[in-house]
Structures are given as structure tokens and as C-alpha cells.
Design a protein around this ligand. Structure first.
Ligand SMILES: Cc1ncc(COP(=O)(O)O)c(C=O)c1O
Length: 439
């Protein structure tokens, strides 16, 4: 293994190599990361040969703190967006204790790291063994489902447990989302009432959930989904104890400027108060992207310039799946280790390192026209669904992780930070209350 960042001796080798997808090279807590001031400093000092994830744990803390203070209910982090321990640690440090897990590996990761964490197994399709071990070995009590067959599996695998929270996932409109998630999961309007009634019969607590789609650009999508849930709850005639509004909270990317997150929280609070649910019903959300997207950029090296395109050492099978397959508009910046660029920009197509011709990113990415072999491209806003998507196809994909201290490209939390900064600038008052405490 290449030791770009000099950590090899300090870390358990097998720990680093295991767990691809759950971040084989991201398997480090905050305190184990080497820190550089900026990605350019790293480029100039180390000339990294492999892709590098430049992470900013503080961005995760700021996002998680915003959700803690502004979402009017419980926040469950959707681990799939980025299971890197440094990110989980940053969230945990803000007091976040609930995790939305989708697989046994995610359950084991959370259980081993945070014994007091609570988990909701929110994948609507699970193996019987996974359900059984989640319930009996890891204390998971919350399970999602979207059909009768899955309900039967959960009931059987938990031996008809009487302490289950069963969350019925509804199919909802995903038209306001940049990345729709409605094709695979969610019970239809027609089938939902009878499934809700059946699940009620086995549930200590009954929940409804939905996903409005990832990067949802309109708060009204949550209103519509919650209104639909209300209608189906009435039709079913059941008492509902949990309303889980899922993920979908947006981040800011070039060409995508979402409404303020405050508006999402406001709409959700207003509609929840009108829903026909138990008096003490709980409200949950499961953000992934909005908690981690801003935290990470990926540094990739240009290996060849050919026919006006750039061949780089990261791609669709590494950290750039969404850039290749969803044409996601990640911001880019070029870094030259030994000089400056001339300044004229040009649109480039990029190719990833594997032999698969699908490993290509159309862009066009605006980069200096004189970019050449040995220069680096930094892709911003890749904290969500970036390192989490890595594979080792063709032997590529290994990614070092370092922490950096510069600011991200864009932020949904800028207003919060401005407020915090101006509060910090305000001169300390001689307050009578403080004097009282001193005395
Ligand atoms: C069940 C569930 N919850 C939450 C999320 C997180 O969504 P997002 O990253 O859009 O917030 C996902 C994403 O796929 C999901 O499937």
C-alpha cells in the first residue's frame, strides 16, 4: 500500500484494508487523520500518487448541529451517504445518537463504535438472517417494510417480538428531486391502507416513512408527501406513532441553489402538527447528503492528456460514480504542484483509470487550458455518495484520507456560521449574571 500520508506505521494494516464500500481507506477516526492547511499544500508537499479524500470534520459538526437545533424531531443519520468513522465521530460528538442503517455491515460498524447508539434498519428488503441478528444480537427494534412478504419476514425472524417499531414506507412523488428514489421502494397508495392495518397488528409502535428523492429542491415536496401519508393513515384507520420524513434535504452544487433549509424544517413542523397521528407521535428524519456533502473534496491526478480529454486516477468505480453516471455537477479546481496555470479555462471530458469505457465523465469540466500530466483536479462537495461508492475494480480505487482546514465551495449553513462569527466578534459585556456566577 502506498503511504502517501505517512500513516502506515501508526495504523493497523488489516483495519485499513478491510471494508471496501464501508470506506477501506476512510477507516479512520478524526484523531487519526493527518492534517494539511489546504489541498494545495498537500499537493506541493507530497505529490500524492493515489486519489486523496480531503475531509473537513468541522463541516459535518456544523451540519449536524444545525439539524439538531432546527429539525423539529429526531435526526437519524443515513450511514450509507458516508460511513467514514471520522464523519460518524464528528456527528456523534454533536450528540447525534440515532443512525439509519441499511445493512448488517452498517449495523456492525455503528454498534462497534458507539455502544449507546440507536439504530433503525430502514432498508425495505432484508434477509431473514440479517433481521434476526439485528434484533437478537444488536438490539435493533426499528424495521422498515413496504409489502406484506417483508412484514411476514420481520415477524418470523424476530419470533413475533412484541417490542417492534414497524415503519411502512410509502411511495411518494419524487418530481422535485434531482435524484429520484421512487422506482424501487414504497407501497402504492392503493395497497398502503391494508399494509398499515396488517403492520399495526404486529407493531408496538407503527410508523410511516417516505423518501421524496435525493437533493429535493422544494420544501413543498415534503408537504405533499406528508399530506398523502395523512390521507392513507385516515383511510387505514390506524394509530400512528412515528412519522419519518426520510432524507432528501439538499446541498448547494453549481447550478443548484436550493431554498434555505429553515424552510424545509418549517414546512415539516407545520404539516406534522396537523397530521392524524397519536398525540405523542414522534417525528424523525434521515438525512444523508445534507449532513456530509460539504465536508469532502477528492484530489485526483492527471495521468495523460489525449485528444483533448484528461485521463485521471479516479473515476466512476472510485469516488466519482455520480460525476460519471448522474452527470452530477461537482465544482472543480486545478492544482499545479510546481507553478501557476496561465488562466484561460476550457471544458474537458475526463476518463477514469479503469479499462471500462463507462468510466468516463462527460462534464465538460471547466479547467485551465494548459492543464497537463502531473497536475491535480480537486472535485468539491463529494462528502455524500463519494467515498461510499468506491470499488477496487481493476485494482484502482484506493484513496488516502487527510483532513484539511480550508472552507468548502458552497454551504447551506453559511447563515448559521455568519451569526456565530458575529456573536464571537461582539465585545464581551460585563454582565451582572456573570459576576453572580463568579461570586
Ligand atoms: C431509506 C433512506 N433514508 C435516507 C436516505 C438519505 O437520503 P439523502 O442522502 O437524500 O438525504 C436514503 C438514500 O438513499 C435512503 O434510502
Amino acid at each position: 500500500m502506498d503511504d502517501v500520508c505517512g500513516l502506515r506505521g501508526r495504523l493497523n494494516e488489516s483495519k485499513i484494508r478491510t471494508n471496501a464500500g464501508l470506506g477501506s481507506t476512510t477507516n479512520r477516526g478524526v484523531r487519526e487523520l493527518l492534517t494539511f492547511h489546504t489541498p494545495l499544500d498537500l499537493v506541493r508537499e507530497r505529490l500524492p500518487e493515489k486519489p486523496v479524500a480531503c475531509v473537513r470534520p468541522e463541516r459535518v459538526s456544523i451540519a449536524a448541529t444545525w439539524f439538531r437545533d432546527n429539525f423539529p424531531g429526531e435526526v437519524l443519520y443515513a450511514v450509507k451517504a458516508n460511513p467514514s468513522p471520522w464523519a460518524l465521530d464528528a456527528m456523534y460528538a454533536t450528540g447525534l445518537r440515532w443512525f439509519d442503517v441499511a445493512s448488517e455491515e452498517e449495523i456492525k460498524l455503528i454498534a462497534s463504535r458507539y455502544p449507546d447508539a440507536k439504530m433503525a434498519f430502514m432498508h425495505p428488503v432484508k434477509s431473514r438472517k440479517a433481521i434476526e441478528r439485528a434484533y437478537f444480537e444488536h438490539g435493533v427494534r426499528v424495521f422498515s417494510l413496504d409489502c406484506e412478504a417483508e412484514l411476514e419476514k420481520i415477524v418470523a425472524a424476530t419470533q413475533r417480538a412484541d417490542d417492534l417499531t414497524l415503519v411502512v414506507r410509502l411511495a411518494v412523488n419524487n418530481a422535485d428531486a434531482v435524484y429520484a428514489l421512487s422506482h424501487k421502494f414504497g407501497v402504492s397508495e392503493a395497497d398502503a391502507p391494508s399494509l398499515l392495518r396488517k403492520a399495526r397488528g404486529f407493531a408496538d409502535n407503527l410508523g410511516v416513512s417516505f423518501h421524496v428523492g435525493s437533493q429535493c429542491m422544494s420544501p413543498s415536496a415534503f408537504r405533499d408527501a406528508m399530506d398523502l401519508a395523512s390521507r392513507l393513515i385516515r383511510e387505514a384507520g390506524v394509530i400512528v406513532d412515528v412519522v419519518d420524513v426520510g432524507g432528501g434535504f439538499p446541498s448547494a452544487y453549481p447550478g443548484m441553489t436550493p431554498p434555505d433549509l429553515e424552510l424545509y424544517a418549517k414546512v415539516i413542523k407545520e404539516v406534522f402538527e396537523q397530521m392524524p397521528v397519536a398525540m405523542n407521535a414522534r417525528l424523525w428524519c434521515e438525512p444523508g447528503r445534507a449532513l456530509v456533502a460539504e465536508s469532502t473534496s477528492i484530489l485526483a491526478r492527471v495521468e495523460l492528456v489525449k485528444d483533448g480529454a484528461l485521463h485521471i486516477n479516479d473515476g466512476s468505480n472510485g469516488n466519482l460514480f455520480d460525476a460519471a453516471h448522474c452527470k452530477w455537477p461537482f465544482p472543480v479546481k486545478a492544482h499545479r504542484p510546481d507553478g501557476e496555470f496561465e488562466g484561460v479555462q476550457q471544458g474537458f471530458k475526463l476518463y477514469g483509470p479503469t479499462c471500462d469505457s463507462l468510466d468516463a465523465m462527460e462534464g465538460p469540466f471547466q479547467l485551465p487550458a494548459d492543464i497537463r500530466e502531473g497536475d491535480y483536479i480537486e472535485f468539491g462537495m463529494l462528502g455524500a455518495y463519494g467515498v461510499a461508492m468506491q470499488t477496487r475494480f481493476n485494482g484502482f480505487g484506493e484513496t488516502e484520507t487527510v483532513s484539511v482546514e480550508d472552507l468548502p465551495w458552497t454551504s447551506m449553513y453559511a447563515v448559521v456560521e455568519k451569526r456565530a462569527a458575529s456573536a464571537a466578534r461582539r465585545p464581551a459585556r460585563k454582565s451582572p449574571r456573570r459576576l453572580k456566577v463568579v461570586r
